[in-house]
Design a protein around this ligand. Sequence first.
Ligand SMILES: C[S@@+](CC[C@H](N)C(=O)[O-])C[C@H]1O[C@@H](n2cnc3c(N)ncnc32)[C@H](O)[C@@H]1O
Length: 296
Amino acid sequence: MAIDAKPFVKWAGGKSKLSSTILDFSSTKLDFDDFDTYMEPFVGGGGMFFAVANQHNFKKKIISDNNLQLINTYKVIKENVNGLITELDKIQNEFNALPSMDDKKEYYLFLRATFNKHLLSDNLVKQSSLLIALNKLGFNGLYRVNGKGEFNVPFGQKKTANLYSKNNLHNVNHILQTTEIYHLDFRDTIEFVDEKTLVYIDSPYRPLPGTQAFKYQKSDFDDNDQIELAEYCQEINHRNGSFILSNSDPIQKDPNDFFFDDLYKDFDIARIDARRSIGATASRRGVVSEILVIGQ
Ligand SMILES: C[S@@+](CC[C@H](N)C(=O)[O-])C[C@H]1O[C@@H](n2cnc3c(N)ncnc32)[C@H](O)[C@@H]1O
């Protein structure tokens, strides 16, 4: 039976829309079925992960992210999806029964305060239900935190809570049964790579020249991290593994910004038009282009 799992949260930089373009283009360079292990060290909402896992049968799948709350939610969906659904139903019913938008906003702020009070709680089911609820009810599905690591996204003015699809959570649960889940910095995932491993790398985007970085968590992902990420890619290569990496293309804003071209000069670099299909060449035309690096 074919599985059609989809992200259970909306995530900044989510690749659901772009996944088929990236997959189609990557498939012209490498054969996914040649690999035993598929790994994503920056899984986020899993836009790419689910698209790949729905289509391919790897012996092993590994996902990781340095967002603890998000990773705990993946673990809960893997281990106790029905417990999570019970908690989500409770929140959903309470929210939908409230008569006014003021009441709904107050309830949202209560959920947010509860989430922030229990960032290190052992009650992972409850905490995961709060993460999903805040993601669905907060402004624009963002996950943004303040300097203390507290979630601070305002209420999204939603009238009705529609927190999850039961069918999708069960599909995600199914895919996760054969997936190892880690809360690691990307650098610590290198140990999983061997010659039969394909790694999809979707780090926080380098801000385009003249724009601000999107802050996922307390620490930024700066140019130094990008340089260490390129070293990580070199190490994948030394281990004879393969990788696909996406990022924003600085050339679209500054034709002289060769940051990624320099970092990845030993690998295959392509530019794709994020709004078009298969690998349309997008450089220097003022369109939203993405850089795709393929190392094998
Ligand atoms: C662009 S998003 C990934 C989006 C994902 N492909 C999707 O479709 O939703 C980048 C992710 O990297 C994570 N991250 C940031 N710094 C990290 C680090 N040093 N190590 C591991 N993960 C990190 C963030 O928490 C975020 O989830």
